[in-house]
Ligand binder design. Sequence first.
Ligand code: GCB
Length: 623
Amino acid sequence: MTNDGALLYPQVTATRRMQSLDGIWRFRFDPESEGERDGWPETGLPDAAQVPVPASFNDLFTDKASREYTGDFWYETEFVAPGEWRDKDLFLRFDAATHRADVFVNGIPVGSHEGGFTPFAVRVNDAVRWNEANRLVVRLNNELSHASLPAGTTGTLPDGTKVSGPYFDFFNYAGLQRPVRLIAVPAEAVTGYTTTYELHKDGSAIVHYTVETRGLRPEDTLRVRLIDEVGSVVADAQGAEGELAVAYARLWDVRDAHLYRIEFTILDGTGNAAAADGGVIDEYHDEIGIRTVEVRDREILLNGRPVYLRGFGRHEDSAINGRGENLAVVTRDFELMKWCGANSFRTSHYPYSEEELRLADREGFLVIDEVAAVGFMKSLMNFLDAAKDDDEHRGRGFFDDPDVMTRTLHVHKAALDELFTRDRNHPSVIMWSLMNEPDSASEAAVPYFRAIFDHARTLDPQHRPLTYTNLMMAAAGRDRCHGFADVICLNRYYGWYVQGGYQLSGAKAAFMAEMDRWMQIEPDKPFVFTEYGADTAAGVHKLPSVQWSEEYQCEYLKMQHEVFDAYPAVVGEQMWNLCDFQTGEGIMRVDGNRKGAFTRDRQPKAAAFLLRERWNDATRHQA
Ligand code: GCB
């Protein structure tokens, strides 16, 4: 896939153009995979439905076969390629096509992409007719396998219909779930950049930068400027690599975000500077935050000071849109998190939209950025039947599949490359999560972890901490992979999946016994709870409590918090989940997972008030 300047977050500048292709597109399922043979890329989709982009397709229709559809499906629209953009490189940028896509323009294949949660761009200059309508047709596919992120299986019903078997606990929403844009970038262009930060005791800072370009002629100048929030240029430099010295740096901090605009300009060095465009060949800008992140002893340090993470695991999930980008819901979620006193979240269980991270940057939220490596555990029923260590299951785990060390590893590394490239400059990203709840108790997981962590360690110039989230079945003493992580992230459900209800005191004892063990096994690392929660049906009240009532959710949370507070090595708590969310149907879920502090339509359960009280208690934690 190309990275020719179109993968940077899209913007219009003096030299760049873009046009949204969002709106109503034509849509059609293709269960027999006949579309290409039948010429749909050239002639368009016969008998097409009308659907919105961006959105998941699943909850738009009224029949079950459409909601559950698994296989190939197609989208089609038309766009005019403006003739004034002829001298630029023209790209189609898909912010997310879930889970894989092949793109055709006027019948010509222009590119493909694997992975449903990171953007890709395809160059279309050779396929378009300028100033005319062009047919854009995209084939998507949402099948799951051991080499898809997220992982699962694709089965067939007796009548031959394909059916998804997710190894994960969220609905397998699919489609063009984020914006699609036509983008024009100069042939000589900025294609990416990185920064690292050095803070000094006197309040000054150095921003070390590198800029990636293509087609840069030796006679041209690459100018880099740093501009503060009132519009003053505070530092400038030239060249593809350098330093920006800031005399009085306003640091980006947790819930106290200060952003600088970093501006890259390629200036014509051939004496054209008097031209109408001022000799500007390309211009791109972004917002960065000056801050450092470090794990030392048993703490996560932001700008050298310990932070305590308060917040949530979340999902991009809402009624009708499914996983389709819904900026009103995103905004509401930030308001809910702020109301609770949260300062952090994890992008469980896939990279969230770029708009979402930009909001986090501006709001000063700390983000654990997770790749879609979820379901690395052969379990179709959440983790109830997973990680069994009996004879029947031994040697049949996810990592024992020989394809995993080859195909899955390859797809996973590529997904990490894309995630790190997309998100490396967000100040909000303070840690990378490389997997959610893999079968880390199995011996076969160890070489896989080594390969993935070694790879990820090469990707981030800021060397932010790397982690994965550990599941309960790979508890202290059973997990074989925690040595790879910089921070130990635990997903724990004592008092829900085990020893729930009246047995809560037993759950607490078992929880503390496990924590005591962890303190010995990992004496030097900080711990974050990346999940803890209890399913709760909003509006169900019981005195005394029973499981699923709002009262029980509160009792459960209180118990968890007592355990966290007993271990100084615990430096964060992210409750599962901010909101109720949709999952596949089954006996474990009542129209979805109900562990939200808020309902799916974003109204509070009693637990939300409990969190608000705890997280707004200024005496409790530093950050
Ligand atoms: C987990 C998973 C998450 C589930 C959650 C639950 O451990 O990471 O995806 O939704 O448990 O509610 O069971």
